[in-house]
Structure formats: structure tokens, C-alpha cells
Design a binder for this molecule. Structure first.
Ligand code: GA4
Length: 330
């Protein structure tokens, strides 16, 4: 039997009143990778917010704009063409409004893929029939550059925490079996809500399960992060920088010193938002536990023992907003 996915009705997507939360946050930590004090400021940002942006990152603009152009070209295709290969419901490939498989919906469409070569080839062949190579090469060159950036940032974190070797975190992404993902999101404008003081949820609040996420978006705002006191603040867009999120796995590896940041995206009433996110994850077999070298005398792990496979399997059974680490706390 073939089950066809029904489109998610607009009423299911939550609407958020924005007048209080629309103020742009001026406190996003800016880490200038060319400065000698950047490790210390990065550690502070990971502990306080679990979120920061990097400048002087060395990723050429051309690499980013080439991929953005491919994404825009794809999202501009007709719905029939975009959905051509999503007949069999799968976690990967093109998706519209549905997020995950447990009933979450948002005002967006996306392409979600694993970062390995075979998966990228499959997506390119299936969805970019006219010119799969242009998409494949744009994604693979972009991914090599952001993975390098992610590793550089993770090495700075290890050094900033005074733990050795400096590749304790980055080796998890460098591993051939690293379980990393890549996501291209398109949040169309929502003109119905232009007149009222409201916005549609593009991507509901959540934390990322992986180690680290590297996000780049066009010049359209929408991203919000939750501060320690639970309030939501809007992150000003900056298409030249990369935003970095600490994920749940890094919170565990640092025994809670780093904070996995809760974030969400609100759809813009006027402009399309296009974002690209690399989620750096460990190999499935990897045991996630606080690094012994980091632990103080008598300090105990806040978490039960588990592998990334176990965490991921449990995460994919949750709703987006759930506190996924909760059930792994001691
Ligand atoms: C959040 C981070 C990434 O976008 C993602 C998401 C995944 C999905 O879209 O399929 C999840 C979500 C994310 C966490 C909980 C589960 C799985 C949707 C969902 C309800 C690709 C990821 O790895 O976890």
C-alpha cells in the first residue's frame, strides 16, 4: 500500500506573537579567528550561551554564493518537480513543512542529507536531474570548507579548556564514519501575517543533538536563541559570518560546562530566508561521556553512559521541543 503524505495545514503551525521578542540581540559573541584571545572568548560563549559567530573564518564568499544559488534554483522549481522523489517517505531528501516523523511542522521546505559521498550523489541524481554535477560539486566543496572550520573551532575549544590532545573533539568529525548531516532550508515569506504583530514558526524550538552545528544564512533574519533565563532574542542576520551552535553531544562531552543552545526560526513576513547548516556528529559506535581529562577531583558525570547511536535513535523518537538529554541525566 502506498501512503501519500498529506500537506500540513497552516493552522497546525504555531503562530508566535512577536512584539516583545523582535528586538535584535546585541550580545551575540563575535569570535575573530585571527585574534590571539579568541580561544578564551569562545569558551566563555560556549559556557554562557552555547552560541557565537565567527568572523575571519577564511571560507571564500564564492563557495557560499555558488551553493546558495543552487539552493534557490532548486526551491524555485514547481512543487511537483521538488517532490518528484519524495514518494517514499524518508528522513532524507526534500521535505516540506513536516519536520522529523513525529508530527512537527513548520513554515519551511528543505533538503536534508547525510554528508557521505554516496548520499550526496544519490540526492544530486534524484533531485537535480538537469545538472546533478553542479549541485554535487557545490555541496561537496562547501562541506569540505565548513567541516575544516568546525574542526578548527573544536580544536580551539579543546585548547581553551586545556585538554589534550587538541583533536579530542575534532577527531570525531574527521573519523570516516562520522555521522554528520547537511541541511538546506528555505523559509518562504508569510504575507498573510504582514499586518498583524505575529509570525509563523519556521522551525520550532529545539536543541541540536550532534556535537556542533555551523550555520550560514542569507540576509534575512528569523533565527532566535533562548538565553539562560528562558527569554527569546532575535539574532541579527549576517551573511558573511558563520553562526556556531553547541550541540547536546558537546554538552555531554564537557559534562555540562558547555550549553547546548535552544533555538528556533520564525518565518519573515516579507523576505525568503535561506540557510545552510552542517551538523557535525560522531561515529555511531562512539561512547558519549564527559572527557576524563576535564573532570575535576571528585566530579561525577551528570549523564548515564550511552553511544551516539543510542542517543540518536532515542532523539528521532522525540518531538522537536522535547528535552532530549533529560532521559540521559543521572
Ligand atoms: C534537529 C537538528 C537537525 O535539523 C536534525 C533534526 C531532525 C530532523 O529534522 O529530522 C529532528 C531534530 C533535529 C531533533 C529531534 C528529531 C530529529 C526532527 C525531530 C523531531 C536533522 C537532527 O539531527 O535533529
Amino acid at each position: 500500500m502506498v501512503v501519500l503524505a498529506k500537506p500540513a495545514p497552516l493552522e497546525q503551525i504555531s503562530i508566535i506573537k512577536t512584539h516583545t521578542s523582535n528586538n535584535f540581540f546585541t550580545g551575540v559573541p563575535v569570535i575573530d579567528l585571527s585574534r590571539p584571545d579568541s580561544k578564551a572568548t569562545m569558551i566563555k560563549a560556549c559556557m554562557e550561551l552555547g552560541f557565537f559567530k565567527v568572523i575571519n573564518h577564511g571560507i571564500p564568499t564564492g563557495l557560499v554564493s555558488r551553493l546558495e544559488a543552487e539552493a534557490v534554483k532548486f526551491f524555485s522549481l514547481s512543487q511537483v518537480e521538488k517532490e518528484r522523489d519524495s514518494g517514499i517517505r524518508s528522513l532524507f531528501g526534500y521535505g516540506s513543512k513536516r519536520i522529523g516523523s513525529n508530527g512537527d511542522v513548520g513554515w519551511l521546505e528543505y533538503l536534508l542529507m547525510q554528508t557521505n559521498r554516496e548520499s550526496l550523489s544519490r540526492t544530486s541524481q534524484a533531485l537535480f536531474r538537469a545538472n546533478p554535477d553542479a549541485f554535487r560539486s557545490a555541496v561537496s566543496e562547501y562541506l569540505s570548507a565548513v567541516k575544516k572550520l568546525a574542526c578548527e573551532v573544536l580544536e580551539m575549544m579543546a585548547e581553551g579548556l586545556n585538554i589534550q590532545p587538541k583533536n579530542v573533539f575534532s577527531k570525531l568529525l574527521m573519523d570516516e564514519e562520522s555521522d554528520s548531516l547537511f541541511r538546506l532550508n528555505h523559509y518562504p515569506p508569510c504575507p498573510q501575517l504582514q499586518e498583524v504583530d505575529c509570525k509563523l514558526t519556521g522551525f520550532g524550538e529545539h536543541t541540536d543533538p550532534q556535537i556542533i552545528s555551523i550555520l550560514r544564512s542569507n540576509n534575512t533574519s528569523g533565527l532566535q536563541i533562548s538565553l539562560r533565563d528562558g527569554s527569546w532574542v532575535s539574532v541579527p542576520s549576517d551573511q558573511k559570518s558563520f553562526f556556531i551552535n553547541v550541540g547536546d553531544s558537546l554538552q555531554v562531552l564537557t559534562n555540562g560546562r558547555f550549553r547546548s543552545v535552544r533555538h528556533r526560526v520564525l518565518a519573515n513576513s516579507y523576505k525568503s530566508r535561506v540557510s545552510m547548516i552542517y551538523f557535525g556528529g560522531p561515529p555511531q559506535r562512539e561512547r558519549l561521556a564527559p572527557l576524563p581529562l576535564l573532570m575535576g577531583e571528585g566530579e561525577e558525570s551528570l549523564y548515564k553512559e550511552f553511544t551516539w547511536f543510542e542517543y540518536k535513535t532515542s532523539a528521532y523518537k522525540t518531538r522537536l521541543a522535547d528535552n532530549r538529554l533529560g532521559q540521559f541525566m543521572k
